[in-house]
Design a binder for this molecule. Sequence first.
Ligand code: UTP
Length: 299
Amino acid sequence: MTLKTSRIRKAVFPVAGLGTRFLPATKAVPKEMLTVVDRPVIQHVVDEARAAGIEHFVFVTGRGKAVIEDHFDIQYELERTLADRGKTKELEALIADLPVAGQASFTRQQAPLGLGHAVWCARDIIGDEPFALLLPDMLHHGPTPCLKEMIDAHRATGGNLIAVAPVPEDQTHQYGIVGVTDADEKVARVTQMVEKPAKGTAPSNLHITGRYILQPEIFDLLARQEKGAGGEIQLTDSMIRLMTDLDQPFHAVRFDGTIYDCGSKIGFLTANIAYGLERADLAPALKTEIERLMARPRS
Ligand code: UTP
């Protein structure tokens, strides 16, 4: 079987979930628009994709998510006002964040039937080429963007890639876990994939972190619309089929930076503090405030 090793040009961002863990904040505001410091979470992830060389950004949105589309569009009145007030730096920063015309596509997942279903909704826009998939909840922070490391690895491996990172052994049952040929290698062949393995049965402590490079054959498998765990159409189920039934290679790329799960409250709060502490304009005052809070007597 020949596998395509062509360039990864397009990335999918599934943003149609309900964000129930953040209610009531997410009643009218998509969780992807909650901010880490002063950038929406989705903007941080689009930044990562752009830094990895992605040229076309495909958003799978849903009801109540139109503001994401607006975020990646020109805001004529705002830009006019900034220009009139001489706020050149702010204006340039806004323009720099915009995708070039024609480089962003939006498609709707009419009902949140699961991540696998959301990815399938992007099939016509992706077409017959390998693509990147980034889960916007998961911020990957490190010296090299996670997706760039994966695209570099893909040039050598071809096939499918999954970013992974270690979790404590007693937490493996909460994650999608992969077994690999050599857990010490930066890039290793995947031998097994299990969604939330029962305690004591995980093939390793490497969890799937929310960055993927997938071959387009995944869409044929997702098209079967088979429901998995939680009654949702799961991506992992189709990835397992792609590896076992279609015999396609998967490699795991170990991400050595820090991952913040912004779909959870603790991950989101921690990301705000960590990203704030990295900002020269904020760090000194933020440190002082954190120290003041920590020194406060607890009730
Ligand atoms: P999550 O399960 O973390 O997101 O899916 P959620 O369902 O919005 O969150 P909670 O659990 O209710 O708080 C991971 C990513 O997949 C997208 C979500 O938007 C999120 O970015 N997703 C999930 C979809 O686009 N469609 C779905 O049907 C499910």
